[in-house]
Every structure is written in structure tokens, then in C-alpha cells.
Design a binder for this molecule. Structure first.
Ligand SMILES: NC(=O)c1ccc[n+]([C@@H]2O[C@H](COP(=O)([O-])OP(=O)(O)OC[C@H]3O[C@@H](n4cnc5c(N)ncnc54)[C@H](OP(=O)(O)O)[C@@H]3O)[C@@H](O)[C@H]2O)c1
Length: 295
């Protein structure tokens, strides 16, 4: 039976560590980190995500503020709000919840955030820093996965990591992180996507398999080699009439069957998901520390 990688516990540990640091700062009269969250429109899922991020900040004593703008908000109004936060010393992290309404150019908005406060790690400056191995902000989900591997002492150096999915927020940064010449990385990386003819051919060669596609139960035991470490980023809703909500969340991996052959595996929910918010908090703390040390 494989080790179940408990993202919920790791995320709770990170939040406890941050709470202690923030409490110490508060008691000694030092600056406390602050996160500004922008929610445009009334997408119910975005409302939930922003609410959870705000709550997570408050629980660890981090300052946070949510600004809500109507669906009809103009790009100019959004850029003005971001510019204000860029110049606000009490704001160390800026997060614009995506997706934005159709009439807004998302890249213009991402580019308007100061790279020094871009705690989501989506600004091209931070993407570039990540690629060439400089210190910056890595996107929260891939950063959370690196942290999970580290906390479970899973060797990555010289291992073959196969990443399935190449989105800008998960797959691409994940792959770029894993081959960096640093401890907890230094892997040999293969990236698969919809242009890959026989995904199973590649996934069977993985020492560490990272799935980020959004297809429920794509991976079954015949797609992996025994002893593989499986990181499942997928969050897919499957209809389930036994649930009050009418659905249950499943990953890209058939957890029950793959857990019998893997050496370690993340569950869905409770694996990668909780780490994403924990890393957002951690990036915001890091932003303040970088500012203080003029990095
Ligand atoms: N746990 C978390 O905190 C968290 C955070 C972010 C995302 N997620 C979840 O992770 C999943 C991926 O998210 P995303 O934002 O990266 O999704 P995305 O932007 O839709 O990208 C999906 C990627 O998977 C590839 N793909 C799709 N179907 C495939 C298939 N059958 N075979 C091989 N490759 C396939 C796509 O290839 P092409 O590039 O060729 O189209 C694309 O690169 C989703 O379920 C999402 O909900 C979870």
C-alpha cells in the first residue's frame, strides 16, 4: 500500500509556521504582511476561491482586503486599482482572481501587477526568473507540489518526472521548476499534452508522475510503473447522487486502483489543493521579507 501524501496536513503545518512568524512580528512591532484581492464580476466559483483566500489570511493574522468590482468594470478601472496597490506600502501581495470578464485583456492586467507583489507568479518577469533559476515568485500550485515532495523527503534529483498538461499556471511552471539545478528539483523532465500520441508510453516511464489535465481518472494502474510517486493536480466533478451537492471531486488519476501500485500518491481532495492557498500565504510573506532585505 502506498503512502498517502497528506496535503491538508502539510498546508496546516505551513499555516502554523506562518502564524507564528506573523505573531512574532506583530509583538515586536514589525510590519505584518498584507494581501490585496480583486474580484471582478459574480462568478460563483471565483467568489468561493477569493473568500477562502481571505479567510486563510485572517486565520494566520495576515492583513487582507477584498475589493469587488462589477462585471461591467472597465480595464482602465482595474488597472487603476492595481496601480494604487503597487504603490501601497501596506500591500505586499496582489491577487486578481481569474478568469476576468471577456472584455478585459487578462494579460494586460497580469502585466500591470508589480512583479515584486505578483504572489501568483503569473507576471512574465517572474515566469522568466523561474525559467532561468533566479529567485522570484513561483505559481502557487507547482510551488506547493515542490514543497509536498520536500516535506515527504521524496528524492527528485536524477529522477524522471513526467508532467502531463502544459497550462501556464500548472504544467509549464511545474516542468520548469523540476529541472532546475536546486535541491528538491534537479530532475529529468518530460512534458505531455494533447499532441502526445500515446501518453501511457511516457507515463509508464515516470518515477514521479504529475497529472494536470482535468480529465477524470485518465490514469489507471496500466499507465504507471510499480513504485511511482503520483501527484494528482486534477480537480474534476463527477455526478454523484449520493452526495448532497450532487457531485464528488475526483482527480486525473484513478486513486483507488493506482494507490495499490504507487509508492506514494496524493488524494483528491486533500492532496495538492490545500497547498495552493498555503503557498499564496507563503509567497506574500516572502514578498515582505524580500522588500525588507531589498532583494
Ligand atoms: N489543486 C489545485 O489547486 C489546482 C490548481 C489549478 C488547477 N487545478 C486542476 O488541474 C487541472 C488542470 O488545470 P489547468 O488549469 O492546468 O488546465 P488547462 O488550462 O485546461 O490545461 C490542461 C492541460 O492538459 C492538457 N490535456 C487536456 N486533456 C489531455 C489529455 N487527454 N491528454 C493529454 N493532455 C491533455 C492540455 O493540453 P493542450 O495544451 O494540448 O491543450 C493542457 O495543456 C484541472 O482539473 C484543474 O481544475 C487544480
Amino acid at each position: 500500500m502506498s503512502i498517502i501524501i497528506d496535503g491538508k496536513q502539510c498546508a496546516a503545518d505551513i499555516r502554523t509556521e506562518l502564524r507564528t512568524t506573523i505573531e512574532e512580528r506583530r509583538q515586536s512591532g514589525r510590519t505584518v504582511p498584507g494581501l490585496a484581492l480583486l474580484l471582478v464580476g459574480n462568478n460563483p466559483a471565483s467568489e468561493v476561491y477569493v473568500g477562502s483566500k481571505d479567510k486563510a489570511c485572517k486565520e494566520i493574522g495576515m492583513n487582507s482586503t477584498i475589493v469587488r468590482m462589477p462585471e461591467s468594470a472597465s480595464e482602465e478601472e482595474i488597472l487603476r486599482m492595481i496601480d494604487g496597490w503597487n504603490h501601497d506600502d501596506a500591500v505586499h501581495g496582489i491577487l486578481v482572481q481569474l478568469p476576468l470578464p471577456k472584455h478585459i485583456n487578462e494579460m494586460n492586467v497580469i502585466m500591470a501587477i508589480s512583479p515584486d507583489k505578483d504572489v501568483d507568479g503569473f507576471h512574465p518577469v517572474n515566469v522568466g526568473r523561474l525559467v532561468i533559476g533566479l529567485d522570484g515568485f513561483a505559481p502557487c500550485t507547482p510551488a506547493g507540489i515542490v514543497e509536498l515532495l520536500k516535506r515527504y523527503s521524496i528524492e527528485t534529483s536524477g529522477k524522471h518526472v513526467v508532467v502531463v498538461g502544459r497550462s501556464n499556471i500548472v504544467g509549464k511552471p511545474m516542468a520548469n521548476l523540476m529541472y532546475q539545478k536546486y535541491t528538491g528539483m534537479n530532475a529529468i523532465v518530460t512534458v505531455c499534452h494533447t499532441g502526445t500520441d500515446d501518453i501511457s508510453f511516457y507515463t509508464r516511464q515516470a518515477d514521479i508522475l504529475i497529472m494536470a489535465v482535468g480529465v477524470p481518472h485518465l490514469i489507471t494502474p496500466q499507465d504507471v510503473k510499480p513504485g511511482v510517486v503520483v501527484i494528482d493536480v486534477g480537480m474534476n466533478r463527477l455526478e454523484d447522487t449520493s452526495k448532497k451537492s450532487g457531485y464528488r471531486l475526483v482527480g486525473d488519476v484513478d486513486f483507488q486502483s493506482v494507490a495499490t501500485v504507487a509508492s506514494a500518491i496524493t488524494p483528491v481532495p486533500g492532496g495538492v489543493g490545500p497547498m495552493t492557498i498555503a503557498m499564496l500565504l507563503s509567497n506574500t510573506m516572502k514578498s515582505l521579507e524580500r522588500k525588507e532585505s531589498n532583494r
